[in-house]
Design a protein around this ligand. Structure first.
Ligand code: PTT
Ligand code: SF4
Length: 616
């Protein structure tokens, strides 16, 4: 349980020390205070969400149950005048995976939540009719949302801003979330999307259309002067990084050409790893069409590149969106890809799972497993399938459940090419010939996301063939700093990973904000704590269904090698992967099934968790 501030007797800095709780069933809200113990143990963001969901999810509940808490959490660095600090985490039990789910998104809502005097918001219950929550400093209202229900995320945000003012922060869902598509996300600012494992659908199940936040207070700081100085220095340092200009030109799309050159570009539902039309969807191709650049709050390396889509609308592109809705479905026209991306943003669907789902259905159609026809590379077929997915028509009903559930219903061994881990679809890196990245996907805390251990660029330089312990060490290093550190401090990791903004800045920022000195080792320990707690959550939810197989990537990577490109004929070796996994478990202090050992949990301050999951 959280400790109250009074019990602790500590006046905290850096955190507001307050969580806003809203019960939609009872139309009530309350404020819960927490103390330094909780703050220093879990930091914020994913750390807070994991602890709250561990404590408060009734084991085995349906993710669509009103009791499933939806957590919106910031961290001690969020909203401060520091590089790229305008981010938040949305988390809940996932309807796509049945395990812990979260996502990280940029939004003014992150900054406003902190300025309204809260570090996090926990939403429970379900409204009988569509509602939205309006927070303005101490005032919290639950308002009618009937007139924006069945409306896309862009129009909904626009109308909410017309009513509440254009500078408020808005988190909203589109029709995808309303209709419980299991990979529906939460949207903000026409191009920020978070919560791949269905956080938008959890919002929809609560009939919660949006959260509007405006805060005007100061965030309490231990050393305001120092923090400002550090922030200014930090912003200057970001600007001086050698890769800055190229990053500003291409953002995340700079990686597409590299993926093609290194045979890891997902193509035709991850069957191939190079795409014959890749040149038309690269960062360079995007640059020629670019009409605007957008980004998250407090960021001076904004990476949201906007082009005009084939139907004349603006669409903000990232690498994952383009690869999954482009090469993965055989579509090589960037303006058409951009339109599919725009529809996904407006309906509020995760582009990664959507691109996987489209690829899966195109392959199923090719294999004559469906009555309906979906051709590779067909823009019209892709559009039709997206519409059917959102509105639950025809095969769209199946597509809306994600590839794992779709394969279970479809049969014919289709689970072998349903590209997911634990139910969450794989992001845009094809790992036939990248065992370290495959391990990163296999062991990621929410299912197959690259956000925690994106080791692929390091791996290809270090030697992709190896199944050695150095791969495990790198996966762990990244899971600690990315999956634990950045997700719980809650700032964007791009200054570090993309521009080499040094990690040493973050303990300094932390100390100026909170008054507590920490080291990078402390951040790594936090990462381990969060990872083991999330693993415990999965084990508790899955019970006897939990097995080592949950940490395996799909059979396609082991059984079928790509037929083209320099890595033609290369596939993953299952014995080698097994060894990597055992070494990974050993270094984590988990048993051979991937369940944290009692001693590991005790060392991490999670001793009470051990009994619940029957740790050895
Ligand atoms: C993130 C995942 C990613 S990761 C991408 S592109 W990427 C896709 N973006 C989508 C989108 O857009 N629209 C949509 N309808 N679905 C989308 N699904 C996909 O979602 C994002 C950036 C990016 S762009 C990345 S890597 C980094 N992610 C960070 C992270 O996870 N943590 C952190 N501390 N910093 C990060 N910085 C970068 O943020 P999920 P955003 Mg996203 C339109 O949410 O669920 O984590 O999945 O947040 O504000 O859009 O910024 O090449
Ligand atoms: Fe947002 Fe990109 Fe800036 Fe990160 S670098 S905060 S994703 S705009």
């Amino acid at each position: 349980m959280l400790m109250s501030r009074e019990e602790e007797g500590t006046a905290m800095k850096g955190w507001t020390g307050r969580i806003l709780r809203v019960d939609l069933s009872r139309e009530k809200f309350s404020v819960q205070e927490f103390g330094a113990d909780f703050a220093l143990k879990f930091f914020g963001g994913r750390g807070f969400a994991a602890k709250i969901l561990w404590d408060e999810t009734k084991p085995g509940i349906s993710p669509f149950s009103p009791e499933n808490p939806l957590v919106i959490a910031t961290g001690p660095l969020t909203g401060l005048p520091l590089p790229s600090s305008g981010k938040l985490v949305v988390a809940a039990k996932s309807p796509l995976t049945g395990g812990y789910g979260d996502g990280n998104m940029g939004s003014w809502a992150a900054v406003h939540l902190r300025k309204a005097g809260y570090d996090a918001m926990v939403i429970t219950g379900a409204a009988p009719e569509p509602k939205y929550i309006a927070v303005q400093d101490a005032s919290v209202e639950i308002e009618d949302a009937k007139d924006i229900w069945k409306t896309g995320s862009f129009e909904s945000e626009k109308r909410l801003k017309e009513k509440h003012g254009k500078s408020v922060g808005v988190l909203t869902i589109g029709q995808g979330g309303e209709n419980l598509v299991r990979y529906a996300t939460v949207l903000s600012q026409e191009g920020r999307s978070g919560g791949r494992p269905g956080m938008g659908a959890v919002m929809g199940s609560k009939r919660l259309k949006a959260v509007v936040i405006e805060g005007k207070k100061e965030i309490p700081l231990a050393d305001e002067k120092k923090l400002k100085e550090l922030g200014q220095e930090g912003y200057r340092s970001v600007l001086s990084k050698p890769n800055y200009n190229f990053w500003k030109r291409q953002g995340t799309l700079l990686i597409l050409e590299w993926c093609q050159a290194n045979c890891v570009l997902p193509t035709y539902n991850f069957k191939e790893a190079v795409f014959e039309e890749a040149a038309s969807i690269t960062g360079e191709a995007m640059e020629k069409l670019k009409v605007a650049q957008r980004g998250c709050p407090n960021c001076n390396m904004t990476c949201g590149n906007v082009i005009e889509d084939v139907e004349g609308h603006p669409s903000e592109l990232d690498y994952e969106n383009v690869a999954m809705l482009g090469s993965n479905i055989g579509l090589g026209d960037l303006r058409k890809v951009a339109h599919l991306n725009r529809i996904a943003d407006d309906y509020g669907l995760d582009t990664i799972s959507l691109g996987n789902s489209l690829g899966f259905m195109m392959e199923a159609s090719e294999k004559k497993l469906l009555k309906e026809k979906f051709e590779w590379g067909s823009y019209d077929d892709a559009k039709r399938l997206i519409e059917d997915t959102v509105h639950g028509e025809g095969v769209g009903k199946l597509a809306a459940k994600g590839t794992k559930a779709a394969a279970e219903e479809l049969g014919h061994d289709s689970e072998k090419w349903a590209m997911n881990v634990k139910g969450l679809e794989i992001s845009a890196y094809n790992c036939h010939s990248a065992p370290g990245m495959a391990l990163g996907f296999g062991t990621c805390s929410i299912g197959a996301h690259h956000k925690d251990a994106w080791v692929i660029s390091w791996e290809i330089n270090a030697g992709r063939e190896s199944y050695g312990p150095e791969k495990v060490a790198k996966v762990l290093e990244f899971q600690r700093i990315r999956g634990g550190g950045f997700e719980s401090l809650v700032t964007c990791r791009f200054p570090w990973i993309e521009l080499s903004f040094e990690l040493e800045w973050y303990p300094k920022f932390f100390e100026a904000a909170t008054g507590t000195g920490i080291t990078l080792d402390d951040i790594n320990t936090l990462g381990d704590r969060v990872y083991s707690l999330i693993r415990a959550y999965w084990v508790r939810e899955y019970g006897s269904r939990w097995s080592r197989a949950m940490d395996y990537p799909p059979a396609r990577w082991f059984k079928e090698a790509p037929a083209k490109g320099a890595q033609k004929g290369v596939k993953l070796d299952s014995e080698g992967y097994d060894q990597l996994l055992s070494e990974y478990y050993r270094r984590r202090g988990w048993d051979e099934k991937g369940i944290p050992l009692t001693t590991t949990l005790q060392t991490l301050g999670l001793g009470d968790v051990a009994k619940v999951i029957g740790s050895q």
